[in-house]
Design a protein around this ligand. Structure first.
Ligand code: 5AD
Ligand code: SF4
Length: 457
């Protein structure tokens, strides 16, 4: 740890010890797995400073919101939640409120928060974790709230991590993105692409497996371009990790189709531990719109890649992301997306209505199609995909899945739930001691989003 990071962590610890009270923090993370992983680091730092954690904002001495900026509704939710903290702050003047992450990294949002929500004490950006102990310590001792958005792009290997889960561990392998898809805010808030050293990733994964973690999820905005500065490809990194002995599976998020190589697909096909699942966001089925999105592939090249992957990995599950209603998209463009869905037959699609992000190139384009019309397109897409997903999953009835059981189903606790080797959600009945283990399940039924079955003893 850097001297100043280390010394502020220590000073905060001493401050709380001398006050004779263990402070309590409420931390909430919005958005993607990368954010969850950042949140685990923020919690690791707070724990090192002496905080314990609460799930009730009313008990907290510190409320920290780790935000997402990918779509406008994510930001609206945060503004709403910050506003709702006003009463708590009125009752407890010493409550510290900190808001950080992708949303606050945008200067106009940080300014809006400062101007409209004086109850927020600390505002920090995506690369500011090392500054958090100082910002909190200064607020505690000098009552000076701060804004810090200037963190550099260097990778810190020494930040403590407090993992949320005992079965699945998130391991970021790279940060940032260089792709500048024209709709996307991520390259602006997470800055340029940089990869962790292969040895740092290898050592962490090895330790996690030795600690008993059963799923290691490698994270990056575009994992396929991992390691350019180290001369080690993502496929080569996966091979190194796959060689580690043990009972675990390797998963990863997210692949960009333009960088997804046959070498990577072959590596998955020939591996012992890598999940037979590729999440390969296509975004749209119209070449004209793909070009306007700056995606750098065509429907033809994407289809060829998907076909190669399906041929090479017969039980592959292919999933995707779709944006509906990009500026200038017509119904004719959209109908090409429907055609593509019917051709590729994804197991699952995460679908989003285009959200204008200030500062991106697409935000400058005319966007004449109404929200109502885009909503109707979305419903059509969901109907088509729901039917395809169900038919795909019905093919598995009568077969057997190896499932990593993650716990009880939140909505139907009479079921256990987990993901298969293809990452298909599988629910089944069985005893609690399945949790955290790989178990065999005979598939008896299918839904559009999951399958169900019976535990094979
Ligand atoms: N509007 C709608 N969806 C978006 N995504 C990223 N930016 C936007 C936006 N401005 C979607 C893409 C991406 C996923 C993580 O979020 O589909 O793959
Ligand atoms: Fe955004 Fe495109 Fe980078 Fe993904 S690859 S984070 S969609 S800019």
């Amino acid at each position: 740890m850097s001297d100043s990071f280390d010394s502020y962590v220590r000073s905060a610890r001493l401050y709380f010890e001398s006050a004779g009270k263990r402070p309590s923090a409420y931390v909430h993370t919005y958005g993607c797995q990368q954010n969850v992983s950042d949140g685990e680091k923020l919690k690791g730092i707070l724990a090192a400073m002496g905080y314990e954690f609460t799930s009730d904002t009313a008990d907290a001495d510190l409320i920290l919101l780790n935000t997402c900026a990918v779509r406008e509704n994510a930001e609206d939710k945060v503004f709403g939640n910050v506003g709702a903290l006003k009463k708590l702050k009125e009752h407890n003047r010493s409550l510290i409120i900190a808001v950080g992450g992708c949303m606050t990294q945008q200067r106009h949002i940080a300014d809006k928060l400062r101007a409209s929500f004086p109850l927020v004490d600390i505002i920090f950006g995506t690369n500011a974790a090392r500054e958090l102990p100082r910002l909190i310590y200064e607020k505690l001792t000098q009552n000076t709230g701060g804004t810090y958005l200037d963190g550099g792009e260097e990778i810190s290997e020494d930040i403590p991590v407090l993992r949320e889960d005992k079965i699945k561990a998130y391991v970021p392998i790279m940060y940032g993105c260089n792709n500048f898809c024209t709709y996307c805010i991520v390259p602006y808030v997470r800055k340029r692409e940089r990869s962790r050293l292969p040895k740092a990733v290898y050592d962490e994964v090895k330790e996690l497996i030795a600690d008993g973690y059963k799923e290691i999820m490698l994270l990056g905005q575009n994992v396929n371009s991992y390691g350019k500065e180290h001369g080690v490809s993502f496929a080569a990194l996966l091979k190194m990790l796959d060689d580690i002995d043990g009972e675990y599976k390797l998963t990863f998020m997210t692949s960009h189709p333009k960088d997804c190589t046959h070498e990577l697909i072959d590596t998955i096909a020939d591996s012992r531990h890598i999940e037979h699942h590729i999440h390969l966001p296509v975004q749209c089925g119209s070449d004209r719109i793909l070009k306007a999105m700056n995606r750098n592939y065509t429907v033809e090249s994407y289809t060829a890649l998907a076909e190669y992957a399906k041929a090479r990995i017969p039980d592959l599950s292919l999933t995707t992301d779709i944006i509906v209603g990009f500026p200038g998209e017509t119904y004719e463009d959209f109908s090409k997306t429907l055609e593509l869905m019917k051709k590729i037959r994804f197991d699952m699609a995460y679908t989003f209505i285009y959200s204008r992000r200030e500062g991106t190139k697409a935000a400058l384009l005319p966007d004449p199609v109404s929200d109502k019309e885009k909503g109707a397109w979305m419903r059509e897409l969901l109907e088509v995909q729901g039917e395809i997903g169900l038919q795909n999953y019905q093919r598995y009835i009568g077969g057997t899945f190896e499932v990593l059981c993650s716990g009880r189903d939140k909505n139907k606790p009479e079921y256990l739930t987990g993901h298969s080797r293809q990452s298909i959600i599988t629910r089944f009945t069985g005893p609690d001691d399945c949790i955290g283990k790989f178990v065999k399940v005979k598939i008896t039924g299918a839904m559009p989003w999951a399958v169900e079955g019976e535990l094979i003893q």
